[in-house]
Design a protein around this ligand. Structure first.
Ligand code: NAP
Ligand code: 8YV
Length: 312
């Protein structure tokens, strides 16, 4: 008999088809009555979710036979890990397969902000090039100091790319990584003060909540460029909006927000801000690899084999 799983959001079609073959699926996103779906899914032994959707304790509690939560995403801050651990529920995630993609997104945001790519596009489309002549000069990243908050799997991929662009790299985290060729700052404010650019790529969750506060943003300063591809929760969002509005921070490239998909109204009209709808890993190739890893973890679990990428 096929194991039953609750799928919270649709994955790429090829993986949905493979899931369909191996499991009985309860499709949460199609259900008008969530409680009704959960009542019908009492035999479910697995949840397939995504980083931004997660799985809270009440969802896990609603499925008495739950054995595994498989997450399409590397950030597991929206999954109640303590509840899972206390109840013997395995959790898997999708590290590494998205490093290059998310790093590319960070660099795309950095260049879009500094070289004013969106502004330039509008300048051409609106006929301003013709009417007003060349656009004003913008800022280079060459020779700039780039501080990375979170030199992990993705942070290292960003560091390599930013180095290639001509940036000087530093990083902040809880630990110094002596095998890395970059300068370590134990103090985030100090790193921001010594940086022209700060890129955030550490995990979300309670430990990093509001880590980037007014002091960090002020230290980065009026010429500073701020890029966040981590989680909105890592930044004090009202402080970020205020710093941009008051000219205490130069510019920002943001892929993530505190209350997605809501974005602070004030950001929508700022010319020095580039916004993206949480698309760090959102290519067909990378999402396919991430979904495949979810599938492989579920298959391993239900075959009694070791999980490929368990959390913790
Ligand atoms: P990772 O390999 O675990 O790296 C995380 C890094 O953050 C580590 O270098 C760690 O260094 C640092 N860190 C952890 N806790 C910290 C704290 N309290 N203060 C300061 N630094 C801390 O993770 P990853 O695979 O690179 O992914 C990082 C995060 O990116 C994910 O958790 C996810 O939230 C986000 N992400 C976003 C997207 C997107 O679509 N925008 C896509 C993928 C991932 P120390 O241990 O030395 O502190
Ligand atoms: C995905 C992410 O957008 O991996 C993560 O942590 O934030 C992204 O890759 C997300 O998991 C999809 O919900």
């Amino acid at each position: 008999m096929k194991p039953e799983i609750v799928v919270l959001r649709p994955y790429v079609p090829s993986v949905m088809a493979a899931l369909e073959q191996d499991f009985v699926l309860h499709r949460m996103w199609e259900a008008e009555d969530t409680a009704g779906l959960l009542a019908e899914a009492q035999a479910a032994r697995g949840i397939a979710t995504m980083g931004d959707v997660g799985a809270d304790a009440s969802l896990m509690e609603a499925l008495p036979n739950l054995e595994i939560v498989a997450c399409m995403g590397v950030g597991v801050d929206a999954i109640d890990l303590a509840h899972a651990r206390n109840n013997g529920i395995a959790v898997t995630y999708t590290p590494d397969v998205l490093n290059d993609e998310v790093a590319n997104t960070a660099i795309a945001l950095l260049l879009a902000v500094t070289r004013q790519v969106c502004l330039g596009d509008r300048y051409v489309r609106e006929g301003r090039w013709l009417a007003e002549g060349p656009m004003a000069l913008n800022r280079s990243v060459v020779g700039k100091r780039c501080g990375i908050l979170g030199l992990g799997r993705i942070g290292k991929a960003i560091a390599r790319r930013a180095e290639t662009l001509g940036c000087e790299i530093a990083y902040h985290g809880r630990h110094e990584q002596r095998d890395q060729p970059y300068r370590y700052y134990a103090d985030l404010v100090e790193m921001a003060r010594d940086s022209d650019i700060v890129i955030v790529i550490c995990p979300g969750g309670a430990a990093t909540h509001g880590l980037v506060d007014r002091a960090v943003l002020d230290a980065l300063g009026p010429q500073g460029v701020f890029v966040n591809v981590a989680r909105g929760s890592v930044v004090d969002e009202p402080a970020l909006v205020a710093a941009l509005a008051e000219g205490r921070l130069g510019a920002a490239g943001l892929d993530v927000f505190a209350e997605e998909p809501k974005v602070p109204e004030a950001l929508l009209t700022m010319e020095n801000v580039v916004l993206q709808p949480h698309v760090g890993s959102a290519t067909i190739e990378t999402r396919t690899a991430m979904c495949q890893l979810v599938l492989d973890n579920l298959r391993a679990h239900f075959a009694g084999q070791p999980l490929l990428t368990p959390v913790g």
